[in-house]
Write a protein that binds this ligand. Structure first.
Ligand code: GLN
Length: 285
């Protein structure tokens, strides 16, 4: 907490004290700058150019409230309500997972696979904030994208993001995986489903405990969502289409087996930037 009776008036004073308060986090200084920038409604670079500027008492009090929540493990993205993904400045809230950098690969691979198609039809299951579908829509204005989620509040947020970016080629719908899709078929189905094992202690520890359980908890072995998506895909893929899934670093083998069991070919897994198995795909004949 802010030391009692000590006047912290300038940008430099506040940042120094806040960085000390957050010392257990690798990103202490960065987080403090981002949060002070938010309170003062300026960019983070302001902190360098105006280190000696006086901060009004009310703003300093707001800043300390945020620093205290951050110290207690609350994610920065939920404090600021924003997270960048694929150069999109997304609005995020506690109804959705905070988009992760490794998930950008799901966008990359989908773009590669759909390059030969004109106006591909894509389905994203479990869109959350809309990050993946909106990135795809931005890159492929000709694509028609359907993005589902079980959570109405998540879809409201995704829709809000689409409007903010002026993206019109994504339609959002509430659906329990394929349940609301009728007989529709697609050229690519992709998903970053909940895949953390329901027994994994990380689910109730910082930072995951602040994110929606629905977006993280993949049931037994973390593979319940993955299995349902793979099993249902045959009824929703066209010939010569692809299914792509993000999964846990230790789930590659299981996901490849499930894909092969369901009749997918060209089954392969890509590694993330940390060298871990992260995205598996298969082709449907
Ligand atoms: N990558 C996330 C994590 O482990 C999990 C995301 C998910 O379940 N889809 O923090």
């Amino acid at each position: 907490m802010k030391p009692h009776g000590v006047q912290l008036n300038t940008v430099a004073d506040l940042l120094g004290a806040a960085t000390a308060e957050l010392q257990e986090l690798d990103t202490a200084r960065l987080d403090a700058e981002v949060l002070l920038g938010m309170v003062l409604e300026v960019g983070r670079e302001y902190c360098y150019a105006h280190a000696e500027a006086q901060v009004p008492a009310a703003a300093a009090a707001d800043f300390w409230r945020l620093i205290t929540r951050r110290r207690d493990g609350f994610p920065v993205a939920y404090l600021t309500g924003r997270r960048e993904f694929w150069s999109l400045d997304l609005t995020v809230n506690q109804f959705t997972l905070i988009p992760r950098p490794e998930t950008e690969q799901l966008v990359e691979v989908t773009l590669d696979l759909t390059r030969p198609h004109h106006a591909p039809e894509l389905l994203e299951l479990g869109t959350g904030s809309g990050a993946v579908s909106l990135a795809l829509a931005r890159e492929r204005p000709d694509a028609r994208i359907t993005a589902t989620d079980l959570c109405r509040h998540a879809l409201d947020l995704a829709q809000h993001n689409a409007v903010r970016f002026g993206i019109g080629n994504v339609s959002f719908m509430v659906s329990d995986w394929y349940a609301a899709l009728g007989a529709r078929r697609f050229d690519v189905i992709l998903s970053n489903p909940p895949y953390v094992d329901e027994q994994c202690p990380a689910l109730w520890q910082t930072p995951l405990r602040h994110e929606p359980r629905l977006a993280l908890d993949g049931g037994r072995g973390g593979l319940e969502g993955v299995s349902r998506i793979i099993a249902g895909a045959r009824r929703h893929l066209r010939a010569d289409a692809y299914l792509l899934l993000e999964h846990g670093f230790d789930q590659g083998e299981s996901v490849r087996r499930l894909l092969r069991q369901q009749g997918f070919t060209e089954v392969e897994t890509r590694l993330d930037a940390g060298g871990q198995e992260r995205i598996s795909s298969g082709r449907w004949q």
